[in-house]
Ligand binder design. Structure first.
Ligand SMILES: Nc1ncnc2c1ncn2[C@@H]1O[C@H](COP(=O)(O)OP(=O)(O)OP(=O)(O)O)[C@@H](O)[C@H]1O
Ligand SMILES: [Mg+2]
Length: 271
């Protein structure tokens, strides 16, 4: 007897495959130039690089807000494009936190977090924002997990920078995502708060095998939490590194020492 295939149970190790993509906002100059990336399921993948190097653009391409001018991106075999029906169906599995967090200022913490459940509601519930009791309970549970208990009814403009980031994370968790795309959510925070927020994400990674792709300003913090760090400069991926024991390993060329890698990055960050 031949066994029937079970495609729905098969998942690839590589959740994101980016092959030779270039991107442009004005169809003249490229802001990303022939970039390749391959991200394993469940990893914490960091992207660092100087301002204007194309980091946010890379995340927008993964989220389908932009499409590449050449090359291909696949997220679980699907090319991200917000206008495409097939991708729209899987969009709720991607939690995206933009650089400006994208919170609604004049509504409460709880209401902001509940926005993450909208893709699960029916059209009427979603239109009138009538959230079922179980979603409210779930939102409160997540608000507690991110350390905002007691602040459920506070308007989000009345929160500190660190608290706002926690709300954005809670809203993304509320989506029950398999991928989290986070654009500099720990930049400009003191180190202790930044680490608390990174730990929240690390916990979720252990709990639900979340794949996190995070843009950072701080290379040290990136190396502390990420399995891999891609360094983007001038639209090119110039390095891909990771920590193995007490050594920084260069996965892109395989021939650089830890000192060379760190000095290369310091030179960049001073420009
Ligand atoms: N909407 C846009 N229209 C035109 N050009 C844009 C747009 N957004 C970004 N750019 C340009 O594309 C390039 C890459 O921008 P991107 O936002 O990806 O950089 P970044 O690495 O995220 O920088 P930062 O660290 O400052 O956030 C920059 O030169 C920027 O000016
Ligand atoms: Mg950016």
């Amino acid at each position: 007897m031949t066994r029937a295939p079970l495609p729905s149970l098969i998942s690839t190790l590589k959740i994101i495959q980016i092959n030779d993509i270039s991107a442009s906002y004005d169809s003249k100059s490229l802001v990303l130039d022939h970039v390749n990336l391959s991200i394993d399921r469940g990893t914490n993948y960091a992207i660092v690089g100087p301002s204007g190097s194309g980091k946010s653009t890379l995340l927008k391409l993964m989220n389908g807000m932009m499409i590449p001018s050449s090359g291909t991106i696949k997220i679980d075999y699907v090319a991200p494009n917000m206008k495409d029906k097939k991708f729209k169906k899987m969009m709720h599995t991607i939690g995206y936190i933009p650089q400006n967090l994208g919170l609604v200022k004049n509504i409460t913490v709880l209401e902001n977090v509940l926005i993450g459940s909208l893709p699960r509601l029916n059209k009427i519930q979603s239109f009138f924002k009538r959230f079922p009791e179980d979603e409210i309970t779930e939102a409160k549970k997540i608000i507690k997990q991110v350390g905002l208990s007691g602040k459920e009814e506070r308007k989000s403009y009345m929160l500190s920078g660190g608290e706002k980031r926690r709300v954005a994370i809670a809203r993304a968790f509320m989506q029950k995502p398999t991928i989290l795309l986070a654009d500099e959510i720990v930049s400009e925070l003191d180190r202790a708060t930044a680490k608390e927020i990174m730990n929240l994400i690390a916990d979720a990674q252990k709990r639900i095998n979340l794949t996190a792709i995070m843009i950072h300003h701080d290379m040290k913090l990136a190396l502390e939490y990420a399995n891999r760090v891609a360094v983007i400069k001038g639209g090119h991926k110039i390095l891909e590194i990771g920590v193995e024991g007490d050594t920084i390993v260069d996965f892109q060329t395989g021939d650089m020492t830890t000192e060379e890698i760190m000095s290369m990055y310091s030179d960049d960050s001073e420009k």
